[in-house]
Ligand binder design. Structure first.
Ligand SMILES: Nc1ncnc2c1ncn2[C@@H]1O[C@H](COP(=O)(O)OP(=O)(O)OP(=O)(O)O)[C@@H](O)[C@H]1O
Ligand SMILES: [Mg+2]
Length: 326
């Protein structure tokens, strides 16, 4: 049922992404940034489908937070797609690839330019058959060495290249990936008509009042629109049991939404750090964070986040966070 909805809204954004595939593309690389649940992966999936429909080879990969400490883990999936072309590399480059894949020992990590050039050559070799689109999602979790290679490659994909690369990164996450020099698309929340369309498609049984309550709380965040109606409320307001007859306060936290509350817990004041599953946003309208009955969203305190982790957040907007209720 969910799979039939497809991409709602986002016409400008999807056109911007599709531009990297155009014959006369002025750039072949792009970083898509945005807050948790804003729709980065949905948009990347749309692009991947578009590219495959045009006959492009699509190499998709997703970085995992659990593997952030492992050198080259963020390259692993991409390199495995390209293994058939390793024979076209020089011994020096092949050694760098084998080290990155953990097949050969080395005293230390391969130099970024060496491995980057090897990955570029592999991609170009693969693209002789048909154009190649590389999509790497969640690069805020990329390991340092792999991230450096990914952006090294992305910076070198100019007009005329048969290879394109699009990276997805959540804003506000501490990360060391430096995507400077690559075009950015900062994904903002859905516009009100698109938000309403998504809610109606997902939850057609809500009353007009309930819809408007969810839309107000979600503030255009598609993940919130998807999940808020089914959430039990722990703050005495209407979302959950009163909104949705199927909602059960004993239900566990929906997996997708835990990414929002988990991400937010680093930013929220200690009194807000709860494992509760109820989703409430803070401070969209009230930057002081004063409690209110309605939903509010918080602007992430990027400086505070950097100081605790030593890593700056991705992206300029560094955006909004959902907070668990006090
Ligand atoms: N434009 C859209 N049309 C329809 N559904 C959407 C749209 N944008 C997002 N969604 C849906 O909203 C949910 C959250 O989107 P998505 O997973 O793409 O967010 P994200 O930005 O990748 O979040 P994260 O930072 O946690 O990875 C998904 O269920 C997705 O299918
Ligand atoms: Mg995503």
């Amino acid at each position: 049922m969910r799979g039939t909805i497809g991409l709602i809204g986002r016409s400008q954004e999807s056109a911007r992404l599709a531009a990297v595939l155009a014959e006369q593309a002025t750039t072949r690389s792009l970083v898509v940034t945005g807050e948790a649940g804003v729709g980065k992966t949905e948009l990347l999936t749309h692009l991947a489908t578009d590219a495959a429909g045009r006959g492009w080879q699509v190499l998709r990969s997703t970085c995992a937070e659990a593997e952030q400490q492992y050198p080259y883990s963020s390259l692993d999936q991409v390199l495995r797609h390209l293994e058939g072309h390793v024979g076209s590399l020089s011994d020096h480059q092949r050694h760098a690839i084998d080290v990155a894949l953990g097949r050969e020992a080395a005293d230390g990590p391969a130099a970024v330019p060496t491995l980057g050039a090897a990955v570029l050559d592999l991609l170009n070799a693969a693209a002789v058959r048909s154009h190649c689109l590389v999509v790497v999602d969640d690069v805020h979790w990329a390991d340092d060495a792999g991230a450096a290679v990914l952006v090294f490659v992305a910076r070198r994909l100019g007009p005329g290249s048969r290879v394109a690369m699009v990276l997805g990164a959540r804003t506000g996450e501490p990360t060391r990936i430096d995507t400077g020099g690559i075009d950015h698309l900062d994904l903002t929340p859905l516009d009100p008509p698109s938000a309403e369309q998504l809610l109606s498609a997902l939850h057609p049984d809500l009353s007009p009042d309930q819809k408007s309550d969810v839309l107000d709380r979600a503030a255009g965040n598609p993940l919130a629109i998807t999940e808020l109606p089914a959430w039990p409320s722990t703050v005495g307001t209407t979302v959950g049991t009163t909104l949705h007859p199927a909602a059960d306060p004993a239900l566990p936290c929906p997996a997708a939404s835990s990414r929002c509350t988990r991400a937010s817990s680093r930013d929220c004041p200690p009194t807000s750090r709860r494992s509760s599953c109820s989703l409430r946003s803070t401070a969209r309208r009230d930057p002081t964070g004063t409690p209110a009955t309605g939903p509010r969203r918080s602007r992430r305190r990027g400086a505070a986040a950097s100081s605790t982790s030593g890593r700056p957040p991705v992206g300029p907007g560094s955006a909004t966070r959902w907070c668990a209720p006090p």
